[in-house]
Design a protein around this ligand. Structure first.
Ligand code: BG6
Length: 486
């Protein structure tokens, strides 16, 4: 169990707080990971939000927790940790002093300032925390994407926060890094001699990293239309996954060592500029279509706009120019309103160099390692074996299947829970250093510049499909195809 800490949750009635953070804290409490004398101080602007905070938090828990997690008795005791306060983030008035009084003078007690607010107010918020003397050596600030809109705005945000908090007290979240299977990916790579020796261009044909979503805009139309899939998902989640797959073994699992290896991968990503953008990237935007039994509107209808060139889908062929990965394409793909919700990494091995069985034994399917992060968490290895009960020598693909969600009954992973407790315990291994953010933007920016300069328009795809045909063609050009989740 963590030592008790105080969490000041700016943006206390926001979507992130009610949908993800409060449920994650409840889970931490339920599982004994949150000391009973910890305090959670959601910050709301309006007095009335403070008055009915407990009702809203309780409703949010009932809606967003999984079946069986909510109980009145746990809520009774958990709710005692919650104490909403009202203040205006941009005005350094006496309300901040009241917050200071609640926090008290104990300099050894950990304080987390969670900024679940728009980046435009990160600056004033940190400035007022500093002005009111609320930052001490055990204070940490937790921030989340969008950390800027491009390299420049991101640097401005990081500089601003950096005026008040040293880098080792800044915890930048990418919630994908808190997912259980993502951490398992590192365990798989660096604790098994088997894989570490079969992890390079000599045996791997290519790698696919796909995050497909079935949701559309979810009430975030304004934000999303300004952002698009490349900034929303690739600059952060997909590039982070790519780093974990491609990086060299760190000397240890310390934050410093892991970050150093991730940055090397980002620096080795071959830049996509000019025509290279059109040749290697497909953008898409969904139109109305059938998703399961439901007919869902297209992007423009959801947005309520006549036109928009924002991409809701992107497929990329990327290369990492280093010794280990020379010649191995990394295909990245993500999209909204796709056929299935799934996040999956496929490591496609090369085929055997010589076929010892004749044609009659059937095709030899190359080995494939499939790491699924969601909706269920599993690791699967596709191997060739003899077809049982057959007198003839017949080969067939079989699966070595490690289904984590089935194996562990009480498998209750929650990325935010994990990351908040890590921040409280000062463990920054799963957080992102500002240099990583900057290097990722440096790769993404020229792509967006090119789209803007050329007036690029997205290919249309039907909601409920696997994206535009052009994305299939991108792989077909290389004699490959996407492995769509079953
Ligand atoms: C967020 C994006 O970072 O990740 C959302 O802003 C996206 O657009 C979400 O829906 C996906 O997260 P998860 O954990 O549901 O795959």
């Amino acid at each position: 169990m963590n030592n008790p800490f105080d969490m000041v949750l700016f943006g206390g009635v926001g979507d992130l707080a009610l949908r993800k953070l409060i449920p994650a804290l409840y889970r931490a409490y339920l599982e004994g990971g949150l000391a009973g004398d910890s305090r959670i101080l959601p910050v709301c602007r309006r007095e009335e939000d403070v008055e009915n905070y407990l009702d809203r938090a309780r409703e949010a828990l009932k809606t967003h927790l999984r079946d069986g997690e909510y109980s009145e008795s746990v809520w009774e005791s958990f709710s005692k940790l919650l104490r909403a306060v009202s203040l205006d983030i941009s005005k350094p008035d006496e309300k901040w002093d009241q917050l200071g009084d609640i926090l008290g003078a104990d300099e050894q007690r950990v304080r987390l300032f969670y900024l679940a607010i728009p980046p435009a107010v990160f600056g004033p918020c940190c400035e007022n925390l500093s002005l009111k003397g609320l930052i001490h050596s055990q204070s940490r600030v937790v921030v989340e994407k969008p950390l800027g809109y491009n390299a420049q705005t991101s640097a401005e945000i990081n500089d601003k926060i950096g005026e008040f908090f040293p880098e080792n007290q800044i915890f930048r979240i990418d919630h994908y890094l808190g997912k259980e299977t993502v951490q398992n990916l590192l365990a798989l790579r660096f604790s098994n001699v088997l894989f570490e020796h079969l992890w390079d261009a000599s045996v791997i044909d290519h790698i696919q990293i796909s995050i497909s979503e079935t949701v559309g805009l979810e009430g975030r139309a304004g934000f999303y239309d300004e952002t698009g899939a490349l900034r929303d998902m690739v600059q952060n989640h997909l590039l982070q996954l790519l780093c974990l797959i491609a990086m060299e073994s760190p000397n240890s699992m310390s934050a410093r060592n892991i970050r150093a290896e991730k940055i090397k991968v980002l620096e080795a990503l071959r830049p996509l500029v000019g025509d290279g953008v059109d040749e290697n990237i497909v953008r898409g935007q969904y139109v109305a279509g059938g998703l399961g039994s439901q007919l869902v509107p297209g992007y423009l209808e959801e947005l309520d706009a006549a036109s928009s060139s924002t991409e809701t889908f992107v497929a990329i062929r990327a290369h990492i120019d280093n010794w280990r990965w020379a010649g191995v394409p990394f295909y990245l793909r993500t999209g909204k309103r796709m056929e299935k919700r799934c996040a999956e990494i496929v490591i496609q091995y090369k085929n055997v160099s010589h076929r010892v069985y004749g044609e009659g034994a059937g095709k030899v399917v190359p080995n494939r390692l499939v790491i699924r992060l969601q909706p269920e968490e599993s690791i699967k290895l596709v191997l060739m074996a003899k077809k049982m009960d057959s007198l003839e020598m017949e080969l067939q693909p079989v699966e070595l299947n490690l289904s984590l969600s089935e194996t562990y009954d009480s498998f209750k992973s929650d990325a935010y829970k994990r990351l908040m407790l890590d921040a409280a315990a000062n463990n920054s291994a799963l957080f992102i250093h500002r240099e990583e953010v900057a290097t990722a933007w440096a790769w993404v920016d020229p792509i967006i510049d090119h789209w803007r300069e050329t007036g690029s328009q997205p290919h249309l795809y039907r909601a409920g499909s696997w994206g535009p045909e052009a994305a299939d063609e991108l792989l077909e050009e290389d004699g490959r195809h996407w492995f769509n989740a079953q």
